[in-house]
Design a protein around this ligand. Sequence first.
Ligand SMILES: *[C@@H]1O[C@H](CO)[C@@H](O)[C@H](O)[C@H]1NC(C)=O
Ligand SMILES: *[C@@H]1O[C@H](CO)[C@@H](O)[C@H](O)[C@H]1NC(C)=O
Ligand SMILES: *[C@@H]1O[C@H](CO)[C@@H](O)[C@H](O)[C@H]1NC(C)=O
Ligand SMILES: *[C@@H]1O[C@H](CO)[C@@H](O)[C@H](O)[C@H]1NC(C)=O
Length: 519
Amino acid sequence: MKVTCFVLLLTLLTACVIVSAINKGDIIVQHNFDGITEQATWNKVLGPLVQLVTTERGSTALRTDRKQLDSPSTWVQITLPASTLRGCKIRIQAAVKAENISVPPNSWNGIKIMLHTKGSSGDTYPQQNLPQGTFDWRMADYVANVPLDTDQAILALGLEAVTGAVWFDDLNVTVYSKPRPHPPTPPAGQPYKGHNLTRLRGAMIGINLQEQDFRDFASWNANHVRWQLLWNGFPHSPADDGDIPAYETWLESALKHLDSMLSVCRQLGIHILVDLHTPPGGRNSENECNLFKEKRFQDAFLTLWEKIARRYKDESVIWGYDLVNEPVEGTMPDTLMDWRELAIVTVQRIRAIDSQHAIIIEAAPWGGPGALANFEPLPFEKIVYSFHMYEPGEFTHQNVYNDIPPISYPGVISGQMWNKEQLRHNLNRVLNWQRDYNVHIYVGEFSAIRWAPGDSAYAYLRDNIDIFEENGWDWAYHAFREWPGWSVEHIGDKNNTQRAPVPTDRQRLLIDWFNKNEH
Ligand SMILES: *[C@@H]1O[C@H](CO)[C@@H](O)[C@H](O)[C@H]1NC(C)=O
Ligand SMILES: *[C@@H]1O[C@H](CO)[C@@H](O)[C@H](O)[C@H]1NC(C)=O
Ligand SMILES: *[C@@H]1O[C@H](CO)[C@@H](O)[C@H](O)[C@H]1NC(C)=O
Ligand SMILES: *[C@@H]1O[C@H](CO)[C@@H](O)[C@H](O)[C@H]1NC(C)=O
C-alpha cells in the first residue's frame, strides 16, 4: 500500500473547479482517453511503461505494461479536489482489462484503481480488488468514503508489486453521496445511554460460550458482553448463499443459545448487546452486505428484527440491539434503501413492538471512527452510536492476513507517528461528532493482535481504554474466548495456542478496569 514510486503526478486543475454545492451524480473526473484534448492532457505524462493505445474496440485506452518488478509500482496518479470532497462518498468506475498479471504478494497488491486519502487522523486506501491473470474488459465500480479531515485525495491507476499489462478506459469519478448536513443545536442534558450504570465494560464473546465461560468472565468483574449472532465466519459465511429459509433456521438456533444463557447472565450482572453480525444475504466478494443488493434481504432483515424485539422486549438483562455489524453498502440499486434509510425503517418496526431497549447504530462502511464522523444520526431518541477501533490496521492486524516484519506501537507506522496523542487525535473525530449531536457512544470492538511485538498490544489497549474512559464511552474488548489471535488469555507467541497459566498483562489491564464496574 505504500507509495514508494510513481511514474507521474497528474494534477487535473480543470477538473478541480467543481461547483461549490455538490450533489449526487456530479462528475469529479471523467476520462475516455479519446480525442485530441485527452491526448494532449495525457501525452505530457506518458512514458515507456504507461501509454495511450488503440484497443481492439477501436477507442483509445491507457495501458500500463510491466515486464519486471524493478520498482514497487507503476501507476498514474490523479489528484482529486480533496477539500471539496471531504465527507462525501465518491463512486469510482472504470473499464479494465488485463493480461498475464502475476500472483500478487498480498491480497491488496495487483491492479490498482485505488483512492489514497491523506489526513491528520491517518491515511485510507479504499480500492476494489481485481483478479490476477488475464481477463477481458470488465467494470471496476466501487464507492469510497472521503474522510472529513482529508488534505489530499489521489486516485492511482496501475500495477503494484505485479508484472503484466493492464488497460483502463472510461474512467469516471462521481459524487455518490453528499456530506452529512450541518448539525442542528444539540439537545441539552445527559444523552440517553439505555442503562443506569456508570459504564459498560466488557467484551465481544465467541459464539458458543457456556455457563462456565460467563462465570469466568464475571469473575474478572466484566458487566457486559456483545453477543454476536455470527453464522460460522466473518466476513464470509453460509449466509452469502442467499438461502433465506436456511438463514432463518440458523438464526433461530443462535437465538436459542442466547435464550439458554440469559438467566446465567442476569444472575452475574452481565448486560447483553445483541449484535447481528451476519445479516441476511451475508456479503459479496467485495465484502459488501448483500442487504444492499437485493430487496428480499432487506425484507428478511426487517422481519427478523421484529422477531428479536418480540422475543426480548421484556428482558432486562438485554441492553440493546446492534442492528448490523460493520455495514458496507457499496454501490446500490436506486430502488433499495441505503443503510441510514434501512436503519430508520428498522427502528420504526422495532419501536412498534419494543419501546424500551437501546438501539445501537454503526456507520457504513465498516463501522470505523471516520465512518461515524461522516454519519447523520437517525431522527429518533434512545439510539446509541457505535464504532470499532482498529486504527492503524497495519498495526492491529499485522500478520493476520499477511507475513510482514513486526510493527510496534508506539512507533512510526506507514509514515505516521502513532502514540497516545495520535490515537486521541484520531478519536477526537468521534468526540467532536458526539458533541455535535449530544448522543452516547459505545466502542463495540477494539483490539490489537496478541503477537504484536513486545508489549505493543498491551500499550495500544491501555492507551485506547484511557481515551474511551476520558470520553465517557462504554466499551467492549474484541474478544473473549473467540478467535485466539485476539485472546488476552493467550501470550504474545503466535505459535502458543494454549491459555496462559497466569494472567497476561493484557488480561490484567482489562481486569483492572472491570474492577471499577457496577453490575
Ligand atoms: C463514464 O461516463 C460516460 C459518460 O456518462 C459513460 O459513457 C461511460 O460509460 C462511463 N464509464 C463507465 C466505466 O461507466
Ligand atoms: C501474455 O502471455 C502470453 C503467453 O506467454 C503471451 O503470448 C502474451 O504476449 C503475453 N501478453 C502480454 C501483454 O505480455
Ligand atoms: C434507569 O433508571 C430510571 C429511573 O430510575 C428508570 O426509569 C429506568 O427504567 C432505568 N433504566 C434501565 C435500563 O434500567
Ligand atoms: C512458530 O512456528 C513456525 C512454524 O512452525 C516457526 O517457523 C516459527 O519460528 C515459530 N515461532 C516462534 C516464535 O516460535
